[in-house]
Design a protein around this ligand. Structure first.
Ligand SMILES: Nc1ncnc2c1ncn2[C@@H]1O[C@H](COP(=O)(O)OP(=O)(O)O)[C@@H](O)[C@H]1O
Ligand SMILES: O=C(O)C1=C[C@@H](OP(=O)(O)O)[C@@H](O)[C@H](O)C1
Ligand SMILES: [Mg+2]
Length: 174
């Protein structure tokens, strides 16, 4: 595997969790664009948004996407990475993009169990379930546009990793 693999999808679909395990299975590097920002700015997502607004955060995460892109790397993006057309195009051109798809109900139950407020400040000011329904409706088409492959992310992480490996294997063989 030399091309980077980008994981996209809504908050709670498992980009970070699956990304770590996938990189381990492939024996390659793992990087998360939010962790990259935290390391480089010493600020959480919530800190950046409080200081610079979502616009500032979006600018920084687009820069992070370009900085972390390297061969042999699994890249977990933030849920809003696909909002910019330039990011969708960049990912499609530079690697293999996998959409980890799960319905709003499942995402909401994961996020309610582990909200991680520093990582996921509110996007709409609404309760988690309402927010995820709204955000998914607005972004589903963008995740599909960005993705080369869509994988069911409702299963346990180890099974999702197997499904991603199968998709990559099939794509290489064709
Ligand atoms: N396939 C899964 N099944 C059950 N829980 C999961 C799964 N993937 C992730 N989680 C849990 O959901 C929460 C969000 O996962 P995370 O990997 O941070 O998602 P993302 O990076 O897409 O926002 C974490 O608490 C994680 O343990
Ligand atoms: O959906 C979003 O707009 C966001 C998702 C978060 O990442 P995860 O998808 O890893 O939670 C993080 O980048 C930020 O809070 C914005
Ligand atoms: Mg994440």
């Amino acid at each position: 595997m030399t091309q980077p693999i980008y994981l996209v999808g809504a908050r709670g679909c498992g980009k970070t969790t699956v990304g770590v395990a996938l990189a381990q299975a492939l024996g390659c590097n793992f990087v998360d664009t939010d962790h990259y920002l935290l390391d480089n700015t010493k600020m959480s997502v919530a800190d950046i948004v409080a200081k610079e607004g979502w616009e500032g955060f979006r600018r920084r995460e687009s820069g992070a996407l370009q900085s972390v892109t390297a061969p042999g790397t699994v890249i977990a993006t933030g849920g809003g990475m696909v909002l910019a057309e330039s990011n969708r195009q960049f990912m499609r051109e530079h690697g293999v993009v996998i959409y980890l798809r799960a319905p709003a109900q499942i995402l909401a139950s994961r996020l309610e169990a582990f909200p991680e407020e520093g990582q996921r400040p509110t996007l709409t000011g609404r309760p988690i379930t309402d927010e995820i329904v709204e955000v998914l409706a607005a972004r589903e088409a963008l995740y599909n546009q960005a993705a080369h492959h869509v994988v069911d992310a409702t299963r346990p992480p180890a099974e999702i990793v197997e499904a991603v490996l199968a998709v990559l294997h099939t794509a290489r063989a064709s």
